[in-house]
Design a binder for this molecule. Structure first.
Ligand code: PGA
Length: 251
């Protein structure tokens, strides 16, 4: 059995005051013990969140890391080693906003993935197709290529210590959620791709769904056989809503 995970991606949101409020709200949630819960604040707020959630079971991750693992002369970037030093345990790599708006290519994503793992962080590899790609029938090709970029560069074994998030771009922040069946089809394809190289590993890796997950849609999505939880953006900024999504993953 795979242990479900719910991850809250706060994106470029938050002030010290609103983050303090969100931390308070999270500490008041009755979070299920059978679910790994993590939040991904902006880098600026990581220390505040680590301190504020100390003593809870909520893990803290970063939204990105540099492709260089160690601190060096790289203005504006944050090294995986620094994130690890700041008590992060996870890091998102290859989020579609970074791929599409900041031009991150597969090769760079693979290097970030490796940098994260070399510092003991668990990378959450984000993959997903655009609306045009879905309409052109290219969904599985796109997702397979994004996943292959990492397995070709680093081997399939790296997924023994990583998480995958399938996030269709057309569902992110749009209020449009993939149907449970649409998401399941892609999750199953991702798992099958890994299984062709290592069936044992494929059975263990967690594949999260992301894209307008809300408390009302969560249970049905998480009920699908290959959906092991969610990567939640907008709804994770509301502690009650996020708590309800976490509980849906535990039921
Ligand atoms: P959303 O974002 O839940 O606001 O659609 C998900 C994500 O981008 O991780």
């Amino acid at each position: 059995m795979r242990r479900p995970m719910v991850a809250g991606n706060w994106k470029m949101h938050g002030t010290r005051a609103s983050v303090a409020e969100l931390i308070n709200g999270l500490t008041e949630q009755n979070l299920p013990t059978g679910v790994d819960v993590a939040v991904f604040p902006s880098c600026l707020h990581i220390t505040q969140v680590v301190d504020g959630l100390a003593g809870t079971a909520v893990a803290v991750g970063a939204q990105d890391c540099a492709s260089e693992a160690q601190q060096s002369a790289l203005t504006g970037e944050v090294a995986a080693a620094q994130l690890s030093d700041a008590s992060c345990s996870l890091v998102l790599v290859g989020h579609s906003e970074r791929r599409l708006l900041l031009g991150e290519v597969d090769e760079l994503v693979a290097r970030k993935f490796a940098a994260a793992q070399s510092c003991g962080l668990v990378p959450v590899l984000c993959v997903g197709e655009s609306l045009a790609q879905r309409e052109a029938g290219q969904t599985l090709d796109v997702v397979v290529a994004q996943l292959s970029a990492v397995t070709d560069a680093l081997g399939v074994e790296v997924f023994a210590n990583a998480v995958i998030a399938y996030e269709p771009v057309w569902a992110i922040g749009t209020g449009l959620t993939a149907s449970p069946e649409q998401a399941q089809q892609v999750h199953a394809a991702i798992r099958a791709q890994l299984a062709s190289k290592s069936p044992e590993l494929a059975g263990k890796v967690r594949i999260l769904y992301g894209g307008s997950v809300k408390a009302v849609s969560a249970a049905e999505l998480f009920g699908m056989p290959d959906i092991d939880g969610g990567l939640v953006g907008g709804a994770s900024l509301n502690a009650d809503e996020f708590g309800a999504i976490c509980r849906a993953a535990g039921s």
